[in-house]
Design a protein around this ligand. Structure first.
Ligand SMILES: Cc1cc2nc3c(=O)[nH]c(=O)nc-3n(C[C@H](O)[C@H](O)[C@H](O)COP(=O)(O)OP(=O)(O)OC[C@H]3O[C@@H](n4cnc5c(N)ncnc54)[C@H](O)[C@@H]3O)c2cc1C
Length: 502
């Protein structure tokens, strides 16, 4: 599987023309700056050892920030740290092509990252080349695609908060609007996500209709759902193992408001808790629950479509902003302050707002701070009562033995498409509803949390038959998930991902 190398006569040539211009400018600037001369003094800056892609006038060095002095980089939790041979922040598509083409200066594996806010070792690439796309973050404009859909063309390094703000200013939105504003478009286009979306699948890649990426030969390829069908949908399940995403086209729609109705469930049994959740979910358009499982307590968010609108109405302020800040702080710190489970009234009962306003910015925490850590598991909705009941029993048994419980559990609901549109990994079970049931804690380094996560992994994956994610589930073992080999090229495959290939 390789995608189609870029052709000048393809649709959407406007932006690729721009990419070529950027590449050409980069090449010219390199010559002017005499970088080739300096390159010889430093092996990493030396000129490319392979011919240029054919898209470039001459071999040229990478202009983006390049670090090869042994610095280390960490993920959000700081539990995974990596020391690549080279870390690079490309500033043009030509940079990305040059990195992939030059196996001498940029050792294999070459792996892309965005904000590095994932919680698993997905960013680990010791001795390889870590390509951070964060400076390729332009929003290139709105287009109608050849199916008549309105799409936004956006570069891979663009963060979701920036994209949401840009669309809000134009009265538009994407359906996937989780709290996480730092995730980058390139990462979520080919990775795993979850959100209880209004009128949407609940995972970002579902709305991605076209992708341009750099393949293992260093060519820019463009694939889309209308032209490439199965190949395109498989690529969206590939975690960057088939190429580095440069740009995406993402379907947009007129912005709508959301009314959230909050309520509290305090139950006598886990079965009662699951049944209460099912009842509340049925009576709304989208549903999310934050659960204190050991106390059989849930704060429920029933979401309703509330008509057109791009920004939170003034009548909802200042309450909405206080709620937003409280939620942001709780997520940042991993639910460190548990709610008072004797309280049977939510702080806010009902509020109308723009979900784009609830997409938040998070600071990268230090090791001494409480910070979100979580484990992700996908289940089929039909299993909800058994999953909640058995997870409750597991949690209570673990508490008795180890005096530890997670701070909370997040429950999201996602609509699965037909398997052809999501052929591998999460949500690939064919049409239906899945729910994510994710334990959350505030200190990734806590040995008891780590033990809980490892033991619950086994329980959830082997006994409850949950699907995990290499980006959102830690402590996975070979066999816990399988990524088809055809979705991975050796140039991009790190040892972390190699263990899952099958
Ligand atoms: C506070 C907080 C809240 C969160 N809330 C949610 C939530 O509500 N819903 C949800 O789904 N997740 C949530 N997450 C998880 C998080 O969104 C993602 O794991 C992560 O942020 C993905 O984006 P990133 O840019 O940080 O990816 P990174 O961690 O930088 O990269 C992850 C992987 O993506 C791939 N990748 C990155 N860039 C590219 C590219 N250009 N081309 C190809 N592949 C690429 C690579 O495999 C890489 O290893 C949350 C995380 C935190 C810390």
């Amino acid at each position: 599987m390789s995608g189609k190398p870029f052709r000048h006569d393809e649709p959407n040539r406007h932006s690729r023309r721009k990419a070529l211009q950027v590449a050409a400018l980069a090449g010219a600037a390199a010559l002017q700056n005499g970088l080739e001369t300096r390159a010889a003094e430093n092996p990493v800056d030396a000129g490319p050892s392979v011919p240029a892609s054919g898209l470039q006038p001459a071999p040229f060095p990478v202009h983006g920030l390049l670090e090869n002095e042994g610095k280390t980089y960490s993920n959000w939790t700081l539990a995974s740290t990596t020391q690549p041979a080279v870390y690079v922040e490309p500033i043009s598509y030509a940079d990305v092509q040059a990195i992939v083409q030059d196996t001498r200066r940029f050792p294999t594996p070459v792996s892309p990252v965005g904000s590095m806010h994932s919680v698993t070792p997905t960013v680990v690439n010791n001795g390889g080349t870590l390509v951070c796309t964060i400076k390729l973050d332009e929003i290139l404009g709105l287009e109608k695609d050849n199916k008549g859909r309105q799409v936004v063309r956006v570069q891979a390094g663009c963060r979701l908060k920036k994209l949401n703000l840009w669309l809000q200013a134009r009265g538009l939105e994407i359906s996937f609007q989780p709290e996480m504003g730092e995730a980058t478009v390139g990462s979520v286009a080919v990775g795993d996500t979850k959100d209880s979306s209004l009128d949407g699948a609940g995972f970002f890649s579902a709305a991605v209709t076209g992708i341009s990426y750099v393949n293992a030969k260093g060519e820019i390829c463009t694939i889309s759902d209308s032209r490439d069908g199965a190949e395109f949908h498989a690529f969206k399940c590939s975690f960057g193992l088939l190429g580095i995403v440069l740009e995406c086209q993402v379907e947009v729609r007129p912005a709508t408001l959301c009314t959230s109705r909050y309520s509290v469930l305090k139950c006598e049994s886990p079965e009662q808790l699951a049944e209460g959740i099912l009842r509340l979910r049925k009576a709304c358009d989208a549903f999310f629950a934050s659960i204190i499982l050991d106390k059989l307590y849930a704060t429920c968010d029933q979401r309703f479509k509330a008509g057109p609108g791009a920004i939170t109405p003034a009548s909802s302020q200042p309450v909405f902003n206080s709620l937003r800040m409280a939620k942001r702080s709780s997520i940042q710190h991993g639910g460190f302050q548990r709610p008072n489970t004797n309280n049977l009234q939510p702080v806010v009962k009902e509020i109308t707002y723009s979900r784009a306003d609830m997409v938040n910015e998070y600071w990268k925490p230090t090791a001494s701070e409480n910070r979100l850590d979580f484990q992700f598991y996908e289940h089929d909705l039909a299993e909800i009562i058994g999953v909640v009941a058995k997870s409750y029993a597991f949690t209570i048994a673990f508490e008795k033995k180890n005096a530890f419980v997670p701070n909370g559990w997040a429950m999201y609901f996602v609509t699965r498409p037909e398997s052809a549109r999501k052929p591998y990994g999460l949500y690939s079970g064919g049409p239906g509803i899945s729910f994510a049931f994710d334990p959350i804690f505030s200190n990734p380094a806590d040995p008891k949390w780590q033990l809980f996560a490892k033991e619950y992994n086994h329980f959830a994956i082997k006994i409850l038959k949950a699907k995990p994610s290499p980006i959102q589930t830690q402590w996975l073992k070979t066999g816990d998930l399988v990524i088809p080999e055809k979705l991975a090229h050796p140039r991009f495959t790190t040892p972390y991902y190699a263990q899952f290939l099958g």
